[in-house]
Design a protein around this ligand. Sequence first.
Ligand code: SAH
Ligand code: SF4
Length: 392
Amino acid sequence: MDAKAPITQDVLTIPRKAADGPLNLVGLTRVGLLEALIEAGTPQKQAKMRAGQIWQWLYHWGVRDFDKMTNLSKDYRALLARTFVIAVPEVVTRQVSEDGTRKYLVRIAGGHEVEVVYIPETDRGTLCISSQVGCTLTCSFCHTGTQKLVRNLTAAEIVGQVMVARDDLDEWPQPGDRNNAAPRLLSNIVLMGMGEPLYNFENVRDAMKIAMDPEGIALSRRRITLSTSGVVPEMARTAEEIGCQLAISFHATTDEVRDKLVPINKRWPVVELLEALRSYPKVSNSERITFEYVMLDGVNDSDADAHRLVKLIEGIPAKINLIPFNEWPGAPYQRSSNNRIRAFADIVHRAGYSSPVRKPRGEDIMAACGQLKSATERQRKSRAQIAAETGL
Ligand code: SAH
Ligand code: SF4
């Protein structure tokens, strides 16, 4: 047990089973679905088969209507419709950037809204999903961190983001489709939208298990990346219980600077973070950890920073993803120049690490990394409040 008090506060987690109203089948684990069907009166002997059939309707075919589940009897479909719902977030607005990036604003229970971004590339299509409304952490360069209201998303709301994106991309298979060999439009998921996924671990885990299940959306664990600001005690569980790829929002090479940029560093400083990464379960299999590093002009982008960075991560199989800072109204930083980013990348590269520079996407619709913040929650923390929290 970590003796330190948790840094997260006042996060409202919706009970997994609503006290009233019908239960949503979306977001239940396979076991949860089985149990729910038995509780609803499905004979024990049939329950496993029924759960398998319903699972496929939900996650392979993308069906939202019990009446379309044609391999179930009419009576059984009626029972399901009386007892359960199939609910995914509602898409409120959909914006398409000049570069093809799509941003969806989706509404969830309680009227809250979160943003989901689809980024098409030549060899893949990545969906950037959110794990919380807002974020309890207050990274000083992140727009989401200025949003006051925070609530954890349910597993249904997390996997539901993938489902509504597949709806929009028209990517559910049609009955009669053979094993479709065409490349997937939605081929990758990154948990890099709003929120800190490791502060909502169980829901993120259950949602990603659904997305990976071979009898459904069936994305490989290698195509899912969870990004964390460095919640050290929860990191190993990412490998053990989800098995997806891990990215760390590193962003600075000294505690002094990281305390200001990523305040959770005060709780788990650089040395502790690196220690946890050295013993990270997947590291022994040489699965690379991505280090995200936002390039902030004059703050963390010097040659000395680059040299320190490669020294710090020595021995960790890593890739360093340099992210040009994306501005948002009132942001206290500026993006490093292209020359500076290139010089930084060169040093990292010469030390033997892959150092791709992330291309900002969807900036014209405020869809780039760190620009997300739901329109209904525009009230900002004051500059003074941010300054007090970060020591800037
Ligand atoms: N809370 C998680 C995941 C969401 S943020 C985390 O912090 O890792 C996803 C990535 O975008 C993180 O690396 C984050 O540091 C980065 N980011 C946040 N604001 C940004 C901005 N304005 N410009 C560029 N990257 C930003
Ligand atoms: Fe939260 Fe990540 Fe933004 Fe930090 S960078 S405030 S952890 S969403």
